[in-house]
Ligand binder design. Structure first.
Ligand code: FES
Length: 558
């Protein structure tokens, strides 16, 4: 089947009589029947702050589409909030939601023969999900980011979602009063917008802008900023240009633009989840893009943004210094960015950036010069060794050091970290091994934000390392290695680690190794068997059956 079979034109006439009758039924006019139809995929839903405002933004998008002579038709897809699910069983549903979102947008746009698609997105999984759908459909398409949240405040201290988890660690450590704990929880999240540091949502937003899939500054306008509404209305004119010039998603999603996106992730100190997502998005776009490519980009790209979680500033601070376009311009000037990539404005990256002011390194401290970076090479490092023969992803900003050696403390599940922490069994110098949390074993490769934040809050920021076949949240900081592949459920050596085994993590030479002989591992393997999954039906059963490894992006359509 040829997905891209529909003519992408501003005068696409509806000829199917039943479809025409239905379109009259929803209120379209005879004149409307001659117009291009644009599917507007809103990932909005009540129930969490990242997505609560997206349905409202979609209405502004529709207005802009209609004003530019097209028919805008809003539809919806599902959403899962990592902020709501971190640390509980619901987390298993989060990563699968990315692929459900991709499938559902592909399904609606494919079935309803929309000429173009605009996705209004605002949380960790709906961005990569929508990008995968755009890549598969390969029609004129673009994204609008819902925007970052404002910081919360309690007793003069700025707060965000991670503050809530770290307060829990302080509670375990007995270093915070009940009143202050409640004060932080009540004030950390002041309203609409995605989690405010360079966590996964802002990582994906700034990198999809770098890829050319949003209007300039989409990732910089906070959710409640006036500029966000104006951007939504302006989308219609941009979509018209894409249709007129017949610019489709894969004209924008090229090998070079994937490199631009990942360069932005690394320069900004973005989330490990971006590795997983860009592997999957590249597959959807049928572009060769592997862990090795990501390592190559990390090797040549310095970390230059002092943003949370490891840095000082929040995404809401970026707009005042010129936003993501100013960073793109700087990277372009330094030869780290491709300027000839097409974007949704119908112009190239270089053309879009021509009038953008340069970063002022005297007036702002969020982005530092490449000549004196926070880390000379990228914070995302791909590690290999007997613990991860097919790769693992480390997030090492340099603040934690670049090498850690310690004795294993095995946690069969994420929950055991919290139990051991509460019992005082976590000690400085340990490598905490959290297993059975991979794509199949978790299932859904849960994020370990609760244990990592609690460990930080308990004062072990620089004295323990954590490794897992699960994922880490974009909000995680500390010496962490995730995405260990093969996962425990597939019989990876992480399944064979015992308490007290010596483990070396070397982010300079990209090694993750347990110091246990091959003979001993073979003996341990004889006693090992995979855990029996409790999921016998439904979406998680389907996911376990279909999901690929983390090193292949956890895609479900291989
Ligand atoms: Fe949605 Fe953080 S949970 S952006």
């Amino acid at each position: 089947m040829e997905l891209n079979k529909f003519s992408r034109t501003l005068t696409q006439e509806v000829t199917n009589p039943a479809a025409k009758a239905m379109l009259y039924g929803i209120g379209l006019t005879t004149e409307d029947m001659q117009k291009a139809q644009i599917g507007i995929a809103s990932t909005g839903y009540e129930g969490n702050t990242c997505n609560m405002h997206l349905n409202g933004l979609s209405v502004h998008v529709k207005k802009g589409v209609q004003e530019n002579g097209m028919v805008g038709l809003i539809f919806h897809t599902i959403g899962v909030s990592d902020g709501m699910t971190n640390g509980n069983d619901g987390m298993s549903y989060s990563l699968p939601s990315r692929d459900l979102i991709a499938d559902s947008i592909e399904d609606v746009v494919g079935a309803q023969w929309y000429d173009g698609v605009i996705a209004v997105v605002g949380c960790d999984k709906n961005m990569p999900g929508a990008m995968m759908a755009l890549a598969r459909l390969n029609r004129p398409g673009m994204l609008v980011y819902g925007g970052t949240i404002k910081t919360g405040e309690y007793k003069g201290k700025k707060l965000d979602i991670v503050s809530a988890f770290e307060a829990l660690g302080q509670k375990y450590a007995g270093t915070i009063s009940d009143e202050d704990y409640e004060g932080i929880i009540k004030n950390a999240i002041p309203g609409a917008g995605a989690c405010g540091g360079m966590y996964t949502a802002n990582t994906m937003a700034s990198s999809m802008e770098a890829m050319g899939l949003t209007l300039p500054n989409s990732s910089s306008y906070p959710a409640t900023h006036e500029g966000k509404k104006a951007e939504c209305v302006a989308i219609g004119a941009a979509m018209k240009v894409l249709l007129e010039k017949n610019i489709c998603a894969r004209d924008i999603m090229t090998r070079k633009s994937f490199e631009n996106a990942m360069t932005m992730v690394i320069a900004m100190g973005g989330s490990t989840n971006a590795v997983l997502h860009y592997l999957a998005i590249a597959r959807a776009a049928e572009i060769e893009f592997t862990l090795k490519d990501i390592q190559d980009i990390s090797d040549r790209t310095p970390l230059i943004a002092d943003l949370k979680p490891s840095g000082k500033y929040y995404m809401e601070d970026m707009l005042a210094i010129g936003g993501v376009p100013a960073v793109m311009k700087y990277l372009l000037q330094e030869g780290l960015f491709y300027g000839d990539c097409m974007t949704v404005t119908g112009k190239t990256i270089a053309e879009n950036l021509a009038d953008v002011p340069n970063l002022d390194f005297d007036a702002q401290k969020i982005i530092v010069p490449i000549s004196s970076p926070l880390k000379a090479s990228g914070h995302l490092q791909i590690l290999y060794g007997n613990l991860a023969t097919e790769g693992a992803v480390a997030k090492i900003t340099g603040k934690e050091g670049e090498r850690f050696e310690g004795f294993a403390k095995v946690c069969e599940r994420e929950e055991e970290v919290m139990e051991f922490l509460a019992k005082g069994e976590i000690k400085a110098g340990m490598v905490i091994v959290i297993r059975n949390e991979g794509p199949k074993g978790g299932p859904g490769m849960p994020e370990m934000l609760k244990p990592t934040s609690a460990i930080m809050g308990a004062g072990f920021a620089n004295s323990v390392a954590m490794i897992t076949d699960g994922r880490f949240s974009g909000g995680t900081h500390g010496f962490v290695v995730g995405h260990i592949t093969p996962e425990a459920q597939d019989g990876g050596n992480i399944a064979l680690v015992k308490d007290g085994d010596l483990i070396t993590i070397d982010a300079v030479n990209n090694i993750i190794q347990m110091h246990v002989s091959e003979e001993e591992l073979a003996e341990r393997r004889k006693l090992w068997k995979p855990i029996e999954s409790p999921f016998k039906q439904g979406v998680l059963r389907k996911y376990i059956k279909n999901v690929s490894s983390a090193s292949l992006g956890c895609v479900t359509d291989l």
